[in-house]
Design a protein around this ligand. Structure first.
Ligand code: NAD
Length: 482
């Protein structure tokens, strides 16, 4: 297949690129123009992929050789991803609306996940359990088997690699379900995987509707694990399906994360963090800084500087690497605008933004800062998934903690202060899987990530994540004494 100028993309099942009876259009969010199609997998394709994954597991193709073989496979995948990263970034930027710079970063991060977990593939060591002279007892880590991984559209390539790399490192066979709104970057990622020549069924890609292919994969008795990254409502549907076979699941869901800003904070750090925290990827980030909880004594000053920042952001298609890019779809921008309108009707003030960018095709929303937000307004506790920052004042530390923790979510949180004791106090009191001090997104692929409450459960990233992809088996041996 000549991948350059490809307008129609395929699914990857049982080691082959496979077409479908139906096609899905892929549009550029910056212009709203359809520029490619992808074969739409159906429930039969899902069943064939599951059967192939089961054959791979039962053959022991990934688990019988020494783990050093998997180390080499993962390193080769990483090298192939680096090879395709420029071409992949161009396609990801076009289908997703994100900047070319961020699309490149996604592919490089994907390669890093494979390098990182390659380093763990041959270090999954069990323990010896002392039971006296009459027994030898030990544990060993075994792969889950068939790992179904359902991916969202906001960072499809890096989120896919975040689960696929540790799953393969641990010896699982993986079926990936790509997102309808941004499937092509994953086709490029799988071209890199295809080039390595994994055992058939070890890694497969299906682009299908969530309600059809996703639902089929989640409810199948052949599925031994579900790794879902996406919204809370879909997570609930998948958990209900998983209950049927008691299928273990990792749930990486939404967030409504808050940064608490104290008067002794470094304002340059606060502003840089606001820029990346809420305006990166047009705010379509699960761990976005969607609330800024500011001490009342500096509230007006901080609102002024944050609004100045928002107004100065350059806006354009991702191909021009601006500061601010379009939202993914018409539905998404309508949803975000409706949430802003509702907040304004309830008494919030759009100090800047709150509307579409005029005179542009595509789904461009103005970078928005809302003040006069009350913690009981929907905008203060529901995920927006757009470039909208809600600012809420506080007077005391206890009040700041209460507001920050006052949503059903708990993905990440942040605190900005020069007082190390206060920073440590807040790191304990904030209800979140990860706490950033003086820099939003402090961390990397090496740091464990995941939520509490409606943000989900299970951990991805870091050494800890590989244990999401194995089960512990205990082996006890009675020893004869004569
Ligand atoms: P979504 O829930 O609409 O879709 C996610 C995936 O689920 C898609 O591939 C979709 O096709 C599939 N799906 C839909 N219905 C399904 C069903 N019934 N059964 C099985 N699969 C089904 O989410 P989205 O709009 O793609 O992504 C945005 C959401 O993802 C936000 O809430 C965001 O916070 C969350 N997210 C979380 C993380 C994290 O790591 N915690 C990372 C990125 C995004």
């Amino acid at each position: 297949m000549n991948y350059e100028n490809t307008h129609h993309w395929l699914n990857y099942i049982d080691g082959e690129w496979v077409d479908g009876e139906r096609r899905l259009n892929v549009a550029n969010p910056a212009s709203n123009e359809t520029f490619a199609t992808v074969a739409l997998a159906n429930a039969d394709d899902a069943e064939r992929a599951l059967a192939s994954a089961v054959r791979c597991v039962e053959s022991g193709a990934l688990t019988s050789p020494r783990p050093a073989e998997r180390v080499r496979l993962l390193l080769r995948i990483a090298a192939e991803i680096r090879e395709v990263s420029e071409r992949g970034a161009q396609i990801l930027c076009r289908e997703n609306g994100k900047t070319l710079r961020d699309a490149r970063d996604e592919f490089i991060e994907a390669a890093r996940y494979f390098e990182y977990y390659a380093g763990m593939a041959d270090k999954l060591e069990g323990v010896s359990v002392p039971l006296g002279d009459d027994y030898v007892d030990f544990t060993r880590y075994e792969p889950m088997g068939v790992s179904v991984q359902i991916v969202p559209w906001n960072f499809p390539v890096s989120i896919c690699a975040r689960s696929l790399a540790p799953a393969l490192a641990a010896g699982n066979a993986v079926v990936v379900k790509s997102p309808e709104l941004s499937p092509l970057g994953l086709c490029v990622l799988f071209q890199a995987i295809d080039a390595v020549g994994l055992p058939k069924g070890a890694a497969q890609l299906l682009c299908g509707l969530g309600s059809e292919v996703g639902a089929h994969l989640a409810s199948s008795s052949k599925t031994n694990q579900i790794v879902f990254t996406g919204s809370v409502p879909t997570g609930r549907t998948i958990l209900a399906a998983a209950a049927q076979w008691a299928t273990p699941s990792v749930m990486e869901l939404g967030g409504k994360s808050a940064a608490v800003v104290f008067p002794d904070s470094d304002r340059a750090q606060v502003l840089a963090s606001v820029k990346s925290g809420i305006f990166f990827n047009a705010g379509q980030v699960c761990s976005a800084m969607s609330r800024l909880i500011v001490h009342r004594s500096i509230h007006d000053e901080v609102v002024d500087s944050v609004c100045n920042l928002a107004r100065k952001l350059s806006i354009g298609p991702g191909s021009q690497d601006p500061d601010h890019t379009p939202l993914i779809s018409a539905t998404q921008i309508e949803r975000v605008l409706a949430m802003c309108d509702e907040a304004i009707a309830e008494g919030a003030t759009a100090v800047t933004g709150g509307a579409r960018v005029a005179d542009r095709p595509g789904h461009f929303m103005q970078p928005t800062v809302l003040a006069d937000v009350h913690p009981r307004m929907k905008i203060a506790y529901e995920e927006v998934f757009g470039p909208v920052l809600s600012v809420i004042p506080f007077d005391t530390e206890d009040e700041a903690v209460e507001i920050a923790n006052g949503t059903p979510y708990g993905l990440v949180a942040g605190v900005f202060t020069r007082d190390v004791n206060r920073a440590l106090r807040f790191s304990r009191r904030l209800r979140a899987g990860q706490v950033f001090v003086n820099e939003w997104y402090a961390g990397g692929i090496e740091t464990p990530f995941g939520g509490v409450g409606l943000s989900g459960f299970g951990r991805e990233k870091g050494q800890e994540a590989i244990y999401s992809y194995v089960r512990t088996k205990n082996v006890g041996i009675r020893v004869a004494q004569d």
